[in-house]
Design a protein around this ligand. Structure first.
Ligand code: FPP
Length: 249
């Protein structure tokens, strides 16, 4: 991959909100004769580096897919490992998150997490709530279809209580019922690991996002991948269904 310098993308349009499917941890570990869980551990380090670089570039938000509603189907030891890793990550990173003004939020149903992890998540949200830099939105026990159904249910309740009328339900109102309601629109999805699919991630938010794939595994992803993804993003012609408007750069 050709090196892209940070300077060469700083003058272009910066994506405000980037989503990442952190895929390939298991294969990364297997290729090294290590347990899959070691890939997740390394993946957590990659996330730290990417968040730091994105913050320096002025990206406003990163949504990282840490645990999907389908991931409960994995072996119990792997599920437990991922839950513990989240707990450890949030505990050990807190000082650094505050130092770099990173604000943590979550998307997903946290009620199903082990209580200690849920409490840690809630405490971290509280402890970083005043930070003014990049928002790191961790998608945990998250599924795009579940998020849409949750919105539909809550909108239905609001209508039944006469707080809204069916005629008021439009895209803007619907978005207020999504976990991401306070985040900028999604600009870019990055998926390492070689698979070219969405995997039930941010289905609504993906409507006009650009998608950038790499075959490299998530633990091998570096800030240079991020620069390259943004460089390519800046050269795409985002038409939002309209006619050619010229490049964004
Ligand atoms: C997919 O790789 C990755 C996951 C299911 C978990 C992602 C979690 C982390 C990177 C941990 C870091 C995050 C936090 C917040 C602690 P895979 O296991 O499906 O890989 P494979 O496709 O190679 O098997």
């Amino acid at each position: 991959m050709v090196e892209i310098t940070k300077e060469s993308i700083l003058s272009g349009v910066m994506p405000k909100h980037i989503a990442i499917i952190m895929d390939g941890n298991g294969r990364w570990a297997k290729e090294r004769g290590m347990a899959r869980t070691m890939g997740h551990k390394r993946g957590a380090e990659t996330l730290r580096e990417i968040v730091k670089s994105a913050g320096e570039l002025g990206v406003k938000a990163i949504t990282a897919y840490a645990f999907s509603t389908e991931n409960w189907k994995r072996p119990e030891y792997e599920v437990n490992f991922l839950m513990n890793l989240l707990d450890i990550y949030l505990t050990s990173e807190l000082d650094k998150l505050n130092k770099h003004q990173v604000k943590i939020m979550f998307s997903g149903d946290l009620a199903k997490l082990p209580e200690a992890v849920r409490l840690r998540a809630e405490r971290t949200v509280g402890a970083t709530a005043q930070n003014t830099g990049l928002v790191l939105n961790l998608a945990v026990n998250y599924g795009g279809q579940a998020e849409i159904l949750r919105a539909v249910q809550n909108i239905t309740f609001a209508a039944m209580e006469n707080k809204i009328t069916p005629q008021q339900i439009d895209e803007a109102l619907f978005e207020q019922y999504l976990y991401t309601k306070n985040l900028p629109a999604l600009d870019l999805l990055i998926r390492p690991g070689g698979d070219m699919r969405i995997s039930n991630f941010l289905l609504w938010q993906m409507a006009y996002a650009e998608i950038w794939f790499t075959g490299d595994y998530w633990p091998d992803v570096t800030p240079n991948h991020l620069y390259r993804a943004i460089y390519d993003f800046q050269r795409r012609d985002r038409r939002f269904g309209a006619l050619n408007t010229g490049k964004q750069v």
